[in-house]
Design a protein around this ligand. Structure first.
Ligand SMILES: Nc1ncnc2c1ncn2[C@@H]1O[C@H](COP(=O)(O)OP(=O)(O)OP(=O)(O)O)[C@@H](O)[C@H]1O
Ligand SMILES: [Mg+2]
Length: 319
């Protein structure tokens, strides 16, 4: 649905995006993650043609964005809704008028507009606030109105630029739930830009990690978090403090195994003691994955490694 190949982008003499390659399939919730200044918003704005790119290609629905004229871009943007961190609602207009605005600009007739606004405000749970003004709404409610407005032209893709960054954790979860519902029930592909790992873990199915304009990690969420490489771990801010004696082994439990008692079974079956250095379980959407670091006496290390070698479905490495 969205295909980006060798994309490069400059601002003045500075290269902001380097050799970006990615594919976003229909119906995915795809996250673009990175620290401030990484180039996330710029990349997102390239997708709906708000920003031009200098190298490579970017196609949406099979159409190369770089080759479209203004008029064609205008039609393409109709299929791509967008929401922002600060909601971008018009303060002088009511909730109803904010949601209706894109349809009025596209000259939809009054009854179609009315029907759609009612439907969308019901979907986002704000039909009772249709005559309120933005200043009378909470941040979460404002974002719901912005979501309804972004859906008014029935887009196939929804771009979200830090849509939950100004909200508290509980409201963030409710907005993510709404985005997941929209993705499932309306079949809309969602591209989420965020610097918050909790957002990625909760909502996304795939992600790229962007650092200084380069993709430093990509994949489905479970493998990104289950077996993070060095750069991903650094990104997550995980610095292990490990014992400097014996052998340290890191175990990764995929979602199918996180509830199993591998470690205690291993201790019992081998009759070997070891220290648990640290461990954690993480919830990724509906799945739970875990990782654990154990420290084994050097003389037992081969026995433990052989045991793990013969266990299906568990990943491990010595560190
Ligand atoms: N219009 C512009 N002109 C010049 N430089 C720009 C422009 N827009 C962005 N940049 C630069 O491009 C880089 C990437 O910016 P971008 O806004 O895409 O980052 P971001 O990952 O979205 O950051 P944040 O999380 O803070 O929103 C930054 O160094 C920024 O200063
Ligand atoms: Mg940004």
């Amino acid at each position: 649905m969205i295909e980006i190949s060798a994309l490069g982008k400059y601002f003045g003499g500075n290269k902001i995006l380097h050799d970006i390659n990615l594919k976003i399939e229909q119906n995915e919730i795809f996250a673009i993650v990175g620290h401030s200044g990484a180039g996330k918003s710029t990349l997102l704005r390239c997708i709906n043609g708000l920003e031009k790119y200098d190298e490579g290609s970017l196609s949406v629905f099979g159409r190369d964005i770089g080759k479209l004229g203004e008029q064609e871009l205008r039609f393409l943007r109709k299929e791509i809704g967008m929401i922002f961190q600060h909601f971008s609602l018009l303060e002088q207009k009511s909730v109803y008028q904010n949601v209706a605005l894109p349809m009025q600009l596209w000259r939809y007739n009054k009854s179609d507009t009315d029907k759609k606004v009612q439907e969308l405000l019901t979907l986002v749970g704000l039909i009772h606030k249709k005559d309120s003004y933005p200043k009378e709404l909470s941040g979460g409610e404002k974002q719901r109105v912005a979501i309804a407005r972004a859906l008014s032209l029935e887009p196939k893709i929804l771009l979200s630029d830090e849509a939950t960054s100004a909200l508290d954790p509980k409201t963030t979860l409710s907005i993510l739930d709404l985005l997941k519902t929209i993705n499932k029930t309306l079949g809309i592909t969602v591209v989420l830009v965020t610097h918050e790992m909790s957002v990625v873990k909760n909502a996304a199915s795939k992600a790229i990690l962007l650092e200084r304009g380069q993709i430093i990690g990509c994949g489905d969420i479970e493998s990104l978090f289950l077996k993070p490489d060095e750069r991903m771990r650094k990104f997550l801010g995980e610095e292990d403090i490990l014992p400097n004696h014996g052998v340290n082994i890191r175990l990764y439990f995929p979602s199918t195994m996180s509830d199993k008692t591998i470690v205690t079974a291993m201790a019992r079956e081998l009759g070997v003691d070891f220290n648990i250095v640290w461990g954690k379980l993480e919830k990724l959407g509906e799945k739970v994955v875990g990782s654990l670091v154990i420290n084994v006496d050097t003389k037992h290390a081969d026995t433990v490694k052989n045991y793990l070698q013969n266990k299906n479905g568990i990943f491990w490495e010595t560190i």
